[in-house]
Design a protein around this ligand. Structure first.
Ligand SMILES: Nc1ncnc2c1ncn2[C@@H]1O[C@H](COP(=O)(O)OP(=O)(O)OP(=O)(O)O)[C@@H](O)[C@H]1O
Length: 367
């Protein structure tokens, strides 16, 4: 099995003040990031934020205009240096699979080994081991067009792993697959990449995919890397309202800070009631107007609201989710909370209490 192929440690990868222009348009602004060996890094951001550009710069498919990309001590990209993609010991998995249609599954995977010095029987064994690992050994003589989307993506994954690369770049590999398959392939990608000891840079605009896969998430917005951290850090302490919103909020309220507690918690008066919140960003909040962004996970539904941290609401919608129910709650004043989970079903139009603890609330100064 693939144990035989586990590599020596991949190099640390460093983006140091990297900038990239397309004509007048700045696609990457002063990108600084370090990818540790074997780390699974996910770049998350909306369309046009620069994810593909960053991936392509790392892969050597794009030249950079300033700054430096290093693999260990070696500069692979700068305004003067550009090491070719095929000399970076990396492989790529694309959204559209990018398999050769005229080659069998076996040959598609074996193609990546074409230039290695490995002898033929060892190469054959390696290809078949990988195909077995992705559950497709029995399809080795088929052509890609006879496989489902998920199967084709497994072939791409085997092809990416077969050369034991230091780094694997994933360009939205799951976005053309349906939800159930996405979840299963996500697990296989994470498992096989980690088992191979390769570092991974994976791009997606899907927050739940990013959080599920990543050791480290980098959030991009308009060409800037606006936050880098573990998924938990980004969820609990987003550095800006944009990051909070992009990584999933149940809703937004406006309010005013009326008190600061010693533990960094602020009391906020909103039109819907009083809530306690953590301050977002690095600046201390004064008695000022704020936007409260509310994460759904810590919210609880209770029979009645009483006092600070509990707001009265009305159930607008309830959706069965297998393990429980997602509710939409109207807080009045045109404010709603979406995706409020409860194991119990609360019926439409029922009046409920919504317990919103400080860990659910992040207050950012209102500009
Ligand atoms: N070849 C190109 N020529 C000109 N502009 C480009 C080119 N490629 C990308 N851009 C621009 O650079 C910016 C970043 O694009 P990029 O494709 O990296 O974003 P992205 O986050 O990957 O978006 P998506 O999720 O839609 O693929 C965008 O404004 C885009 O229009």
């Amino acid at each position: 099995m693939v144990d035989r192929f586990i590599k020596a440690k991949a190099p640390v990868i460093i983006f140091d003040s990297v900038e990239k222009f397309y004509g007048e348009q700045k696609a990457l602004c002063d990108i600084n990031m370090t990818i540790q060996p074997g780390q699974f890094t996910v770049l998350l951001g909306p369309s046009g934020s620069g994810k593909s550009t960053m991936l392509r710069c790392l892969g050597g498919l794009e030249h950079i205009d300033s700054g430096v990309i290093r693999f260990g001590d070696e500069i692979v990209s700068s305004s003067k240096v550009h090491k070719a993609p095929d000399r970076r010991n990396l492989s790529m998995v694309f959204q559209d699979f990018a398999l050769w249609p005229h080659m069998t599954v076996f040959d598609n995977v074996a193609f990546s080994l074409g230039r290695t010095s490995m002898d033929k029987s060892e190469a054959q064994k390696r290809v078949m081991d990988l195909l077995e690992r992705v559950g497709l050994a029995h399809y080795s003589s088929r052509f890609p067009s006879t496989l489902s989307g998920g199967e084709q993506q497994r072939v791409s994954l085997a092809r990416a792993l077969v050369g034991a690369p230091d780094v694997i770049l994933f360009d939205e590999p799951l976005s053309s697959l349906d939800a159930d398959l996405r979840e299963r392939l996500r697990v296989e990608i994470a498992d096989l990449t980690r088992e191979a000891g390769a570092s991974a840079l994976y791009i997606t605009h899907d927050q739940s995919e990013a959080f599920a896969l990543a050791d480290v998430v980098g959030v991009l917005n308009k060409g800037e890397l606006v936050q880098v951290g573990k998924p938990e850090e980004i969820y609990r302490a987003p550095a800006s309202p944009f990051i909070a919103q992009f990584t999933g909020v149940a809703g937004e309220l406006s309010g005013r800070v009326t008190q600061e507690f010693e533990n960094g918690i602020y009391r906020i008066e909103t039109a819907a009631g009083i809530l306690d919140a953590r301050g977002g960003g690095s600046d201390r909040l004064e008695c000022q107007n704020v936007t409260l962004l509310v994460r759904s996970a810590p919210i609880r539904l209770i029979a009645n609201a009483s006092g600070a941290g509990e707001l009265p609401g009305r159930v607008v919608d309830v959706a069965f989710r297998g393990r429980g129910y997602d509710h939409v709650i109207d807080l009045g004043h045109g404010r709603r909370l979406l995706g409020v989970f409860s194991e119990d079903r609360w019926e439409r139009n029922e009046i409920v209490g919504v317990r919103i603890p400080p860990e659910a609330c992040i207050a950012f100064p209102l500009n």
